[in-house]
Write a protein that binds this ligand. Sequence first.
Ligand code: UDP
Length: 403
Amino acid sequence: MAKIEDYIPIVGESVVEDLRLIAVHLRGKRILNVNSTAVGGGVAEILNRMVPLLRELGLDVHWDVIKGGEEFFEVTKKFHNALHGGRVDIGEKDFEIFMETSRSNLEQMEISGDIIFIHDPQPIVLVRKRTDNKWIWRCHIDLSEPKKKVWRFLKEFVVQYDAAVFSAPAFSRRLLIRQFLIAPSIDPLSDKNRELPQKVIDGILAKYGVPKDKPIITQISRFDRLKDPVGVIATYRLVKKYIDCRLLLAGGTATDDPEGQKVFEEVLEAAQGDPDIHILAIAQNDLEINALQRASTVIIQKSLKEGFGLTVSEALWKAKPVVASNVGGIPLQVKDKYSGLLCYTPEGAAFAVKQLLSSPDYARQIGENGREHIRNNFLITRHLREYMLLFLSLYHRENIVHL
Ligand code: UDP
């Protein structure tokens, strides 16, 4: 596991020195993170790296996961889709299931700490355990157009927190608590992102039976309709009419996402047995994801909604030309025609992919710009700094700005 000084060659000495200076002010504070899954999805991805690095900086940081059954996670997935603006059928029974599991977590979990850092809606009710400590709600979802019924329900809990954190300005809501804007990040030294020898990359392609004979277009994502895997297949088909290529759709499922299997089957059906479409159901394997991203010619992220889209940062950090939807947190990362190409439809995505495949110099430049954009804005060192400053700010006199 990388040590904090290992980041110096990537971000410079002063950035790491700042982290050490800020951390001193948080010594002695116990910080507890709570979310709903230890593996799968962006939140777990970040916490897996954030927690050990904060500890190395001398902070007393912990991470706990709530428990929930299948019914609970079906409801929270409905919440997730509704908060992303999707039309979802949610009734009283769903709210009851949510509250029942929340009550059992309230009873069973020991929530102790100076700062309690709750991630996303699933554990939101835990705030009922608040004492004289500080509570933060970190929302990773694109809340720009939430369905009112679910947002109204959750807001009752959100307002009991000291502060809320969102990934992009458009996601903030009218709230009487303090709001912070902090974008997620990737760790350049994790197995997911570190440099890999070509031999390793080739070995993983061979393991999955993907030949290197044609350009490879890739989307790495959980099998989730909001990631639009079927739209990616449509994009590939439009490109394939002009340029011979392969499509790689790789993803696993998260323990808090019950829809994965169903969507996986829809994707298999949409592929209609095309031997140039490789649909890989990979277990959580950071090195393999890293290798597949590095083996790709172009990376797509054709999400219909996206809180942030860590996969976009991961691809850009590898200097890959990216074509991604102009939704949620993606335009923070992809500045159109500079650090990637933005798209709206399969036709637009296909046009962009064709452009990149037929102009390798342009694709290389876009990829290099992307890598620098991530270095400057979306690496874990910036994130560590902002989280620590957020923690510290909770102990300072509040200047509440009512939005
Ligand atoms: N990921 C993974 N295996 C998979 C699919 C995704 O490790 O099979 C990772 C991906 O590399 C990224 C994270 O899970 O680090 C997904 O985060 P993102 O913000 O893109 O989407 P989310 O799943 O949180 O909606």
